[in-house]
Design a protein around this ligand. Structure first.
Ligand SMILES: Nc1nc2c(ncn2[C@@H]2O[C@H](COP(=O)(O)OP(=O)(O)OP(=O)(O)O)[C@@H](O)[C@H]2O)c(=O)[nH]1
Ligand SMILES: [Mg+2]
Length: 735
């Protein structure tokens, strides 16, 4: 199962034994999650992009056959313990035992990328100082070997003073040795720092120790931290020590950093043989083209075009099949079940509602497939690098690219991914514009509108208007997001332009299993939504549209189930109106529209009609709009229900597209026109119609202020844009 144990069972191994806690720490993209998955059998997300894991994940690791499994904690990556962003803070607090929910780890496993030893060891020097028993897991050794880089693990271990175990997650190499090393490290003497500052600085540290600092570490902290100690005598000693140091070296405060790197150089010089520059040549060669000033953006555009083109052309066949399957299922159910309310509920509510949304699964699978492929190959970081300059223009950060790009699939993982952005104001600005990216839940709406009014319509005789419209909707979201980001960053979220520190990982052939798992997990989320939120809303809406009853179809009593009977009785008695009977098979539309008009949903739609009429929408669309604020894609199922209410048994179900085309207003004019369809699409691009997004923003910003602000301002933007579209279009004689 690919679940995460949020609060794993406390397993005790005999009297007095406590469950061990082991934490995986390391630089971003070092391979922590890959190792975590291999050790626990879980399936957390892995990708060739720094900053994939943004929260703590836990699983059980069976260290030894007879012993109870340890609690293994996978952490977000971090370059140093001086945390700058939220994900780094999470990692630091767990490693140093400052997080209340997780006891301080018994052993920290530092995952060290063998192909990038020097930079990765910087964190190790800090972990050594932090004082937990430490084991180094040397990852990517397969890649190191391929680039003729020899690392003497034993020598490295001697120099570092901690055990070093080479591992390869994929082939499960070194996992048993790692378990043994961890068990041995439990309760052992924590390693001690072996590097020394310059003689001058060391002398000052000794002096501070003598002046009353708690320990050597304490003296170091006092000397180099931003704050001064409380105690007057010590504070004076620190101030004079700093003055002496800065008189001989103005950069004196960099000493701890340079001392660490000096030491690391010595350590690696002794343990590494072979190529010093381990970056695969191919990566550099590819990057020369991919990050080129001119070819880079061209390639990016090309990649995006291929992705979108594929989504819209390859998905048509499976979508058609799913659509037909649900249509057929509805008909079978209708012929097999006795005619009546229960059958209507199943066919018009459940099957039409859920089917209307599941149809879009192929497109969503394809979108996730491409995103996973781009991430795992390493291209995604290059894309972030390429758009950094653009983003900077509006005051955002290159690191906002990945969250925004993920938001094209779904804003929820996108908003979570903003945790890697250090500056809280940049992060908030990114969160607030993420829902403008056209997510997969909008696809159903766009597709329906385009299929109903723009199929086979071409610009200049050869450019399909549907494709142009679709791209325009994506573009509209992006443009509005840019404008809003600019406004936010120049008003309430003012902050200086941040520097971009983004690592470009080496290119790798994507791991097909990773890609498949990412696809599976994300689409499962979508299917679950169809099965829960959308199913519930479909049933609720069906009920709201069916009651109170104004028209009752005669149903043979013998075949009627108890539930149906009850429903009908409530309806008829509640209304207390004579029930004009409609003969089965006639399909009397006027009765049906009367029913809808008088239902609860119909009344609600009519209440809001004056507000939405200037956008071109009638009350039936209003019902769809109201439901879509729970989840956008529900408008499709709502419309399938709105336009199919009271459909008769055996009658050929007109597809939703036909129904939309044929829908009429009371005066007989068509309810939908191409202009109304565009206005509707514009509204859906810009409004924040997703309860889950609101909930995530609430969680990530820890207040109701920002999610409510987001819903409100997006609604205003959407309303104004739809208004301008519809009224402007009418003025131009377009509808
Ligand atoms: N060749 C090779 N690739 C590896 C190895 N371990 C991990 N990878 C790949 O390296 C990339 C990063 O792996 P992750 O496990 O996501 O790294 P992480 O440390 O969890 O990264 P963050 O969560 O972003 O901090 C993925 O593309 C993995 O498939 C390894 O031992 N050998
Ligand atoms: Mg990870």
């Amino acid at each position: 199962m690919s679940t995460t144990l949020e609060s794993p069972p406390q397993v005790s191994a005999g009297a007095g034994a406590r469950q061990l806690v082991v934490a995986l720490a390391g630089n971003p993209n070092a391979g922590k999650t890959s190792l975590f998955n291999a050790l626990t059998g879980l399936r957390q997300k892995v990708a060739n992009y720094p900053g994939v894991t943004v929260e703590r994940k836990e699983g059980l690791w069976a260290l030894e056959a007879e012993q109870a499994p340890a609690r293994l904690v996978d952490l977000p990556g971090l370059y140093s313990l001086d945390a700058a962003s939220i994900d780094e803070e999470i990692a630091r607090d767990i490693i140093t035992g400052r997080m209340a929910e997780v006891p301080a780890p018994d052993v920290v496993v530092a995952v060290v990328d063998a192909t990038n030893l020097e930079r990765n060891l910087y964190l190790v020097t800090q972990l050594i100082e932090a004082g937990s028993p430490l084991v180094v897991a040397l990852s990517m050794v397969d890649l190191a070997e391929r680039s003729k880089l020899e690392i003497d693990a034993e020598q490295l271990s001697t120099s570092l003073g901690v055990p070093v175990v080479p591992v390869t997650a994929k082939s499960r190499r070194g996992l048993e040795e790692l378990a043994r090393a961890v068990l041995e490290a439990v309760g052992s003497q924590p390693p001690c720092a072996l590097w020394r500052l310059s003689p001058k600085a060391e002398a000052e540290v000794r002096r501070l120790y003598a002046a009353g600092a708690a320990s050597r570490e304490g003296a170091l902290r006092d000397l180099y931290s931003d704050e001064l100690p409380e105690e007057a005598e010590l504070r004076e000693a620190v101030e004079s020590a700093r003055a002496r140091l800065s008189s001989s070296d103005p950069q004196w405060w960099q000493e701890p950093l340079t001392a660490r790197y000096r030491w690391i150089e010595g350590v690696t010089a002794g343990a590494v043989r072979g190529a010093k520059d381990t970056r695969p040549n191919s990566t550099e060669r590819i990057d020369r083209f991919v990050t080129h000033r001119f070819f880079g953006p061209v390639l990016l555009l090309l990649v995006m075009t291929v992705v979108f083109q594929a989504i819209f052309s390859w998905a048509t066949l499976p979508m058609d099949l799913i659509d037909r399957a649900f249509g057929a299922l509805g008909e079978v159910v209708r012929t097999q079940m006795p005619a009546g309310l229960l059958t209507d509920l199943v066919v018009d509510g459940v099957i039409a509602g859920v089917g209307g949304v599941l149809v879009f699964l192929p497109q969503i699978l394809l979108l996730f497939f491409f995103i996973a492929l781009l991430e795992d190959s390493g291209y995604m970081s290059r894309a972030a690098f390429l758009v950094d300059r653009l983003m900077r223009g509006v005051g955002l950060h290159g690191k906002a690219f990945m969250p925004l790009l993920s938001s094209f699939a779904c804003a929820i993982p996108g908003i979570m991914a903003t945790r890697t952005i250090e500056n809280p104001k940049d992060r908030l600005a990114t969160i607030l514009i993420a829902p403008f990216m056209s997510c997969s839940a909008r696809l159903p709406v766009y597709t329906l509108m385009i299929a109903a009014f723009f199929t086979d319509v071409r610009l200049l005789g050869f450019i399909p208007v549907g494709v142009v419209l679709m791209l325009s909707m994506y573009l509209l979201g992006i443009v509005v997001a840019i404008v809003v980001a600019w406004i936010l960053k120049h008003t309430i979220l003012k902050a200086p332009p941040p520097p971009l520190v983004l690592e470009l990982p080496p290119y790798r052939v994507p791991n097909f299993l990773n890609v498949l798992h990412t696809m599976k997990n994300r689409s499962w989320m979508f299917v679950k939504r169809a099965g829960t939120v959308i199913l519930t809303i479909s049933i609720l809406l069906w009920a709201l549209m069916t009651f109170p009853r104004s028209v009752v179809k005669p149903v043979p009593d013998a075949q009627e189930g108890a539930a149906v009977q009850a429903m009908r009785e409530t309806g008829v008695e509640g209304k207390g109106e004579p029930a004009p009977s409609t003969a089965k098979g006639e399909g009397d539309t006027s009765d049906e529209s009367l029913q809808l008009e008088q239902s609860y949903a119909g009344r609600l739609g009519q209440v809001i009609e004056p507000a939405i009429a200037p956008l071109g929408f009638d009350w039936k669309m209003g019902i769809g709009l109201v439901s879509s604020f729970a989840a956008r894609e529900t408008i499709v199922s709502t419309l399938s229900i709105v336009y199919n209410v009271g459909k008769d048994a055996g009658a050929d179900s007109p597809s939703l597209i036909e129904a939309v085309r044929n829908a009429k207003r009371p005066d007989g004019s068509p309810a939908w026109t191409p202009l109304v369809a565009v206005s509707m699409m514009v509204f859906f691009v810009l409004a924040c119609q997703c309860m889950s997004t609101v909930a995530v923003v609430r969680r990530e910003t820890n207040s109701w202020r920002w999610p409510l602000f987001m819903v409100a301002y997006m609604l205003v933007v959407a309303y104004v844009a739809s208004f301008v579209t519809y009224q402007g279009g009418k003025l131009l004689g377009l509808g």
